[in-house]
Design a protein around this ligand. Structure first.
Ligand code: 6GU
Length: 225
């Protein structure tokens, strides 16, 4: 899968793709990420990409021209975008189902919003999906884009080892994951549940399911509806 991220702050992605699972996905050639600096596609001499919003109320708006120029230059007719995503607090709320759907795409583009956002005509004419990662406001779309790419990448076959199976993640079946423990079995008298030490895999699996359901009831009851 190829992900092209268009941003005004490319260095915000430093580190995200050079550690852990995303790093391995890239090394294995399963994921390719291009960070694209929108400013490089400005068509005016000052390299501006934003201007004051029309109407009263201060605030800058990302202009359509550099975005149009950028999208037309980076598009690859042999590998077209399956989705052009815009990150914004008023987008569709991101969830595991959207991550699953996006993980099946070949090529996605993510435009990171900033300031008061993009000129509405960008959304009307270029964007195919608008995503928010939750009901709170971030300074820009870069952190949201990182969250989206991380959650998608781990679902692409071959990215995770078997023992980290994405299928057992919280939310994958609308249940949150059961508690996990490791050695020591007794720490300062705080004991690991007996059943997990029993060696009876069938019983442990059953216990895990019960724990998942119980936790979901207590913490996220709306998931069970
Ligand atoms: Cl995608 N962008 C911004 N700026 N804030 C957010 C968001 C996105 N998702 C939640 N808050």
């Amino acid at each position: 899968m190829q992900v092209d991220i268009i941003t005004l702050f490319p260095s915000m992605f430093d580190g995200i793709f050079t550690e852990s699972i995303l790093k391995r996905a890239i090394e294995k050639g399963i994921l390719k990420v291009n960070i694209i600096n929108l400013r490089d596609y400005s068509l005016n001499k000052n390299k501006n990409v934003d201007d004051y919003a029309f109407g009263p109320g201060a605030g800058m708006v990302m202009q359509i021209e550099p975005i149009d120029n950028c999208l037309s230059k980076i598009q690859d007719l042999t590998n077209p975008f399956d989705e052009v995503i815009y990150t914004a607090p008023d987008g569709e709320k991101f969830n595991q189902k959207m991550a699953n759907d996006l993980s099946l795409k070949n090529h996605i583009c993510i435009l990171c919003g900033h300031y008061k956002g993009v000129d509405e005509r960008v959304r009307e004419h270029f964007i195919t999906k608008e995503i928010s990662i939750g009901d709170y406001v971030l300074s820009g779309g870069e952190l949201a884009a990182s969250v989206i790419v991380d959650s998608i990448a781990r679902l692409i076959p071959g990215v995770l080892h078997d023992e980290q199976s994405a299928l057992s993640d919280s939310f994958q079946d609308n249940l949150i994951a059961p508690p996990v423990y490791t050695r020591p079995a007794d720490y300062k008298g705080w004991k690991v549940p007996e059943i997990l030490l029993s060696g009876n895999d069938k019983k442990i699996e059953q216990w895990n399911i019960e724990q998942s359901i119980e936790r979901t009831k207590q913490r996220r009851p709306e998931l069970l509806k």
